[in-house]
Design a protein. Structure first.
Ligand code: SF4
Length: 452
């Protein structure tokens, strides 16, 4: 909770208040929460870590899976008790569930003071002030992002590594995915605006940026003139202070060779690609409407590995998609073993509102899905362990992020390939690029020591 990057003038000074934010879901949501803090700072709200003392509690929600959505209502139930104990405390709900449900959420949880969507984040201060003044519940959800994207202030949670949104929304319509309904169509930010923001981050001491979007590989196709992610990476690569550029997450269909070349030729671009495959079976991919085949995906991986043999590749995979046969599931397992992913975010299929697959026949039982998921996780773990063991004995440069959560006497950083490395270091190394020798490896992280 350290660095502040205000990119818009303060809106309005007011009495000091406190805000607590709980964030569910992906990096986009975490980034949005940093922007909420920036916006609220303008009207006098400072972040605190204990919700019991907060004047305003915000739940930034995720709708990607049913259990994430269920969690929202159990959190709100607990927060109501805090509100009952401390009259005057306000509760706001934002993020994807709020965007999807809007007024029905307001009706379902009438003690919530503010409901706001993903498209009108910039309106949060006005909504808070309105709810405060009227003491009535306020709900505002825009159906689309504003035509001119406002630049929103931000209070970042790290002073070393920053998330920077480069594209919002998604133009695909995968048959299981609620994202296009809650995040809208693709809208890229202008390259000059992004570059200026990142130059400011570099001057502010940041060493790493992660370019964020639901589909970053589609970046720039909607700009005039058209550009692509490779252009943006090359441009940011010229900012001296930024030592590492990452990007998350992309669609295989939009990964053109120029993007791969830009990563290869830009010194600060990390050789790490997160490329969701979702299934290793062609019939399932077709029914998911992913728009590519297993062979197409393999060619993408081949292009990356031919140009960058040491690149790390991670993926997302869904198990138990409606109608997925045992053999189709095994095709995903075989692909994980064949392509040797460094990591995979696996998930049991979860039917979501507005999505065609939710109504299809052939829904698998929870037991079946979780049995497949357990098996897949064991395969992913074995493959990741095997890959990580290859790092033993190597000297790796890591960007030191801070102390390890589990072992505070140690420090942790990441390799360019996104491997977590724990090591015995010094406080002065935080924020620095440091060489370490890798001594041991488990499936999730590496241990290292400073070279003698
Ligand atoms: S590309 Fe990703 S975000 Fe877009 S619809 Fe498909 S799964 Fe959802």
């Amino acid at each position: 909770m350290s660095a502040i990057n205000t990119v818009a003038p303060p809106k309005q000074a007011t009495e000091k208040k406190s805000v607590y934010i709980e964030t569910f879901g992906c990096q986009m949501n975490k980034s949005d929460s940093e922007h909420m803090l920036g916006l609220l700072d303008d009207i006098g709200y400072s972040q605190i870590d204990d919700k019991n003392d907060a004047d305003l509690m915000i739940l930034n929600t995720c709708a990607i899976r049913e259990n994430a959505e269920d969690k929202v209502f159990s959190y709100l139930g607990a927060w109501k008790k805090i509100k009952d104990r401390r009259p005057g405390t306000m509760i706001a709900v934002g993020g994807c569930v709020a965007q999807d449900e809007g007024t029905s959420l307001q009706r379902r949880v009438p003690y919530v003071d503010i409901v706001f969507g993903t498209h009108n984040l910039h309106r949060l201060p006005d909504l808070v002030l309105k709810a405060r003044a009227t003491k009535e519940s306020v709900c505002e959800v825009f159906q689309e992002l504003p035509e001119d994207l406002p630049e929103i202030p931000v209070i970042r949670q790290s002073a070393i590594s920053a998330w920077v949104s480069i594209i919002y929304g998604c133009d695909y319509n995968c048959t299981y995915c609620i994202v296009p309904f809650v995040r809208g169509r693709e809208k890229s930010r202008e390259m000059d605006v992004i570059a200026k923001e990142i130059e400011g981050l570099g001057l502010g001491g940041y060493k790493e940026v992660t370019l964020l979007g639901q589909n970053v590989t589609a970046y720039g196709h909607d700009l005039d003139p058209k550009v692509h992610l490779g252009h943006l990476i090359e441009r940011i690569g010229k900012i001296d202070q930024i030592k590492r550029i990452r990007f998350l997450t992309g669609h295989p269909r939009d990964l053109n060779p120029e993007i791969i070349d830009a990563v290869k030729n830009t010194e600060s671009a990390c050789e790490y690609f997160h490329l969701p495959i979702q299934s290793g079976d062609n019939r399932t991919l077709r029914r998911m409407a992913r728009g590519y085949t297993v062979d197409f995906y393999k060619r993408c991986i081949d292009q990356i590995r031919t140009k960058m043999p040491n690149a790390a590749i991670s993926t997302d995979i869904i198990v138990g998609f409606p109608g997925e046969t045992e053999q189709e599931f095994m095709n995903s397992i075989n692909l994980i073993e064949e392509l040797q992913f460094d990591a995979a975010n696996t998930a049991a299929y979860s039917p979501r509102p507005h999505t065609p697959a939710a109504d299809w026949e052939g829904q698998l039982s929870q037991e079946e899905k979780f049995e497949r998921l357990r098996f897949m996780n064991s395969v992913v773990t074995d493959v990741a362990h095997k890959i990580n063991k290859r790092y033993i004995g190597r000297r790796e440069q890591i960007l030191v992020e801070g102390r390890s959560d589990r072992h505070p006497e140690r420090f942790m950083g990441r390799t360019g390939t996104n491997k977590i490395v724990n090591f015995e270091g010094q406080e002065s190394m935080i924020g620095q690029l440091v060489d370490v020798e890798i001594t041991t490896a488990n499936p999730w992280a590496l241990r290292g020591k400073l070279p003698e």
